[in-house]
Design a protein around this ligand. Structure first.
Ligand SMILES: [Zn+2]
Length: 222
């Protein structure tokens, strides 16, 4: 797994832009890219499209210390029937979904959330079997509190475990690479793309001729 870039958000972006300025096979496109009518992998006429997922992870230096940030991005690319079938077969063999075990073990929050939810259920049982109305109400309130807290912890752990899941490595996902959004200041959003198939890369450049971004050789404020 690639080590997450580290620094302030601005530093990381500046480094990426600098690196990109010397990477001629990457195509920087402003806004939503247009795709040519060709399979991203083999160049045949496309039968549909396939969604590629990437997770960009950063270790950010903030005033409160280090903060890990994950950004999930998706790109829908044109694909022929044969490549789509191979992609689907490969994706089905990859660790696809977030398992319960993964959610509970990714960090302590998942297991803690489960325990707090269980305590909530004990309170619920106490509320249901309580003889006095005030006692039952108090138990009910504690049930709500415990279930909310436990649920939030579980949800946070589930989200975290989703990011730790690698994107499926398939014939289609290997055919295309893309960066996170790289705009600075008041620039419109843009990112860069690279295609393994040279003919497709040329068609892609053509299809986006009016939205290509000049190479970020210098930054306005850096
Ligand atoms: Zn194909």
């Amino acid at each position: 797994m690639v080590k997450a870039p580290r620094g302030s958000r601005e530093d990381i972006r500046r480094r990426e832009r600098k690196w990109l300025a010397n990477a001629p096979d990457w195509v920087a496109v402003v806004g939503e890219p247009q795709f040519p009518p060709a399979c991203v992998n083999c160049g045949q006429p496309p039968a549909g499209s396939v969604e590629i997922r990437r997770v960009f992870s950063y270790v950010l230096d903030t005033s409160e210390g280090l903060d890990v940030e994950h950004i999930e991005a998706f790109l829908r690319v044109p694909c022929c029937a044969a490549c789509a079938a191979t992609h689907a077969a490969e994706a089905s063999r990859a660790p696809g979904s977030t398992s319960w075990l993964r959610t509970l073990t990714v960090d302590g929050a998942g297991a803690g959330g489960l325990i707090i939810c269980c305590v909530g259920l004990v309170f619920a049982y106490a509320a249901a079997t309580s003889d006095s109305l005030p006692g039952a109400l108090a138990m009910l309130m504690m049930t709500c509190g415990a279930l909310t807290t436990g649920g939030l912890l579980l949800f946070g752990a589930w989200k975290q475990s989703r990011f730790s899941l690698p994107s499926a490595d398939t014939v289609v996902s290997r055919a295309v690479e893309f960066t996170d959004l790289l705009q600075e200041g008041r620039e419109p959003p843009w990112r860069a793309y690279r295609f393994r198939n040279d003919a497709f890369a040329a068609l892609f450049r053509e299809a986006n001729a009016d939205r290509l971004r000049g190479k970020p050789s210098r930054t306005k404020n850096g």
